[in-house]
Design a binder for this molecule. Structure first.
Ligand code: AMP
Length: 417
């Protein structure tokens, strides 16, 4: 028997209410923050991700799904959202719009060849928000506020917001030198990956998850202590802004995030449970990315959060879904004469905007009622000889067990109430 690929899941009908709830909440919130929706293709030229995310990042080195299409062009299934949105920003000349351009994506599939475990998949889905074209710390605050409100509105509790500043091209080189100097004496104690990172991507020495490497990160030089004047101002304004909005945060100097394009602000939101794969969402500023992709220098900031992880945490915290109040009518009938009337009644209900189906035909009324009980229906509509003669239908409200007779033509209104 075939199975879904490892690390890729079917989203079955029973799970969809969670997805709908998150998508509605995120869409409402993004609209309130004046973000406009964008959807980009699930694959792009491989070069886009290699150039933006960085050749020496885990994502590009080990995790991309890359293939040559039939014309021999190298394509990559999207491992993250920001590069594609920036590509679209440039391709469609959005720089002529009032800046910042605020964009969001919903249920955007992402693909990473990762080791699957709880909360970590090879195909997963994100909510993303990007604000492109404004260097001010107020926009960093806005993006973090948006992320924070999303978690808050969904009802998640005890989350931690971690922030850091990793500087910009003016101050980062001196910081990287200090980091290398610090780590040089410890290389023999570090894992193989960290020995590589030392040469290719020293920032990432700080977020190695191996217990043997972590103590070294604790005492490493801190980027926020080595910022140039403009980065220091920005860092201060970011923290002031979060305080004004009463968004609690902690400075985490080991937070660097895995992608090359970040400058200045980086942040993550963690649930109460420990563990690297538990991060609910994160983001940061990427002032150099658009220029790197061939555009004019354009500052930007954004965030992404995984929907599967949101659902996992909502369930872990015992948060119930808000009830979906939509009515659902199932029509049962007895006898040959009632069947065409039932067929028409179900169609009339749907035309009136309601959800309605017929119970399976050819079964006893008892079997039809059993089906209705198991179907999630809110109302059973019963048509027998007596009802037919009177031109009425018996409507049973399943939540209460109340039953009443209603003229056929009034059934849609009776159920919609
Ligand atoms: P990242 O781009 O790695 O910072 O990811 C942003 C968010 O996407 C994370 O905080 C997670 O919520 C989610 N995410 C990242 N990788 C995965 C994965 N392999 N499976 C499920 N969710 C993921």
């Amino acid at each position: 028997m075939y199975k879904a690929p490892r690390g890729a899941a079917d989203i079955l009908p029973g799970e969809q209410p969670w997805w709908r709830h998150i998508e509605r909440t995120a869409a409402d919130l993004c609209q309130r923050f004046a973000y406009r929706r964008i959807d980009t293709p699930i694959f792009e030229s491989s070069a886009l991700f290699h150039r933006s995310v960085g050749e020496a990042t885990d994502i590009v080195e080990k995790e991309t799904y890359t293939f040559d299409d039939r014309s021999g062009d190298s394509m990559t299934l999207r491992p993250e959202g920001t590069a594609a949105v920036c590509r679209a920003y440039l391709e469609h000349g959005m720089h002529v719009l009032p800046l910042p351009v605020r964009l969001y994506s919903l249920r955007a599939p992402m693909f990473r060849y990762d080791r699957p475990q709880a909360g970590r998949y090879r195909q997963f889905h994100q909510v993303n928000a990007e604000a492109i074209g404004d260097a001010g710390a107020a926009v960093d605050v806005e993006v973090i506020e948006l992320a924070w409100r999303l978690f808050e509105t969904l009802g998640l509790r005890n989350l931690s917001l971690l922030i850091n500043s990793i500087g910009d091209p003016a101050c980062r080189p001196a910081y990287l030198d200090a980091l290398r100097a610090y780590y040089q004496g410890h290389l023999a104690s570090l894992c193989g990956d960290c020995n590589k990172r030392y040469h290719t991507n020293p920032l990432r020495l700080l977020d190695c998850k191996k217990p043997t490497c972590q103590p070294f990160a604790q005492d490493a030089p801190r980027s926020a202590d080595m910022l140039c004047e403009p980065c220091r101002d920005h860092w201060r304004q970011l923290q002031d802004g979060l305080r004004i909005l009463s968004i609690p945060f902690a400075v985490e100097h080991r937070l660097v995030r895995g992608l090359d394009y970040y400058t200045r602000t980086v942040f993550e939101v963690q649930p109460p449970e420990e563990g690297g794969q538990s991060t609910l969402g994160g983001g940061g500023r990427y002032d150099g990315l658009i220029q790197q992709l061939g555009g004019n220098p354009t500052p930007a900031v954004g965030f992404a959060c995984g929907i599967e992880r949101l659902i996992l945490n909502l369930k872990r915290q015992g948060i119930a879904l808000p009830p979906e109040s939509e009515a659902f009518a199932v029509v049962a009938c007895m006898g040959d004469a009632a069947r065409p009337v039932a067929l028409k009644l179900a169609a009339d209900l749907r035309r009136a905007g309601l959800r309605a189906v017929l119970a399976p035909s050819g079964k006893s009324l008892k079997a039809q009622m059993r089906y209705i009980g198991a179907s999630g229906a809110t109302h059973a509509l019963i048509l027998g000889d007596d009802e037919l003669r009177q031109g009425v239908v018996a409507i049973k409200t399943l939540a209460t067990g109340d039953q009443r007779l209603v003229p056929l033509a009034d059934a849609p209104a009776a159920i919609a109430l």
